[in-house]
Design a protein around this ligand. Structure first.
Ligand SMILES: [Zn+2]
Ligand SMILES: [Zn+2]
Length: 194
């Protein structure tokens, strides 16, 4: 495999089917997307599983930079567009689940139980077989790519901060609550509210 794959495995901490899926998605984007310095790529990811780590490592889309947006849809769908908004379409990639049928079987057979040494070996072998088939499958067998309308522009990410009148810690104003006549952080709100 190429250096990008090895780097993504290092970043993620292990090789697994999920990371391999993310690699295929990120590879597709990295090979086709013309990325200018000032047109940083934004990724909207519809899951928070292993696959997203390949997107972060290979494409530089991260929470800290605000160009990784998580939509909790539980789908292996990834949408990419340049932050500048100069493009009029976004690229939507769905990772097809056909290859992952074996994985469902893998899960039900091995998850949530203590494995014997033989089962452990079988589990690892099956997992790496799935990883290999994900990595070697023809593109059209694993990726469904379409152009979609650009998502809404991002809202400002910097908000003023306030000091919580209960615990004294600073928090983002937009996350403030009031309880017992005080302006408080969400943690304190939950405690005072209980
Ligand atoms: Zn993983
Ligand atoms: Zn507080």
């Amino acid at each position: 495999m190429d250096e990008d794959y090895r780097s993504a495995v290092r970043f993620h901490g292990h090789e697994c089917p999920g990371l391999a899926m993310g690699y295929r998605v990120a590879r597709y984007v990295k090979d086709r997307y013309q990325r200018a310095e000032d047109e940083e790529l934004v990724a909207v990811v519809e899951n928070n599983s292993c696959s997203v780590d390949a997107v972060q490592d290979m494409l530089g889309c991260t929470f800290g930079k605000g160009n990784l947006i998580f939509l909790d849809r539980g789908k292996q769908v990834f949408t990419f567009y340049p932050r500048s908004g100069r493009a009029d379409k976004a690229l939507r990639i769905y990772f097809k689940d056909d290859l992952l049928r074996d994985m469902g079987d893998l899960r039900s057979r091995f998850f949530g139980k203590t494995l014997s040494e033989a089962e452990e070996k079988e589990f690892e072998a099956l997992k790496s077989r799935i990883v290999r088939s994900i990595l070697s499958a023809p593109e059209q067998d694993v990726l469904s790519v379409s152009e979609v309308e650009m998502p809404e522009p991002e809202k400002a990410r910097i908000y003023p901060s306030l000091k919580c009148q209960q615990c004294g810690e600073a928090f983002m104003e937009a996350r403030g609550r009031t309880a017992c006549g005080k302006v408080v952080c969400m943690d304190c709100f939950e405690k005072l509210d209980a």
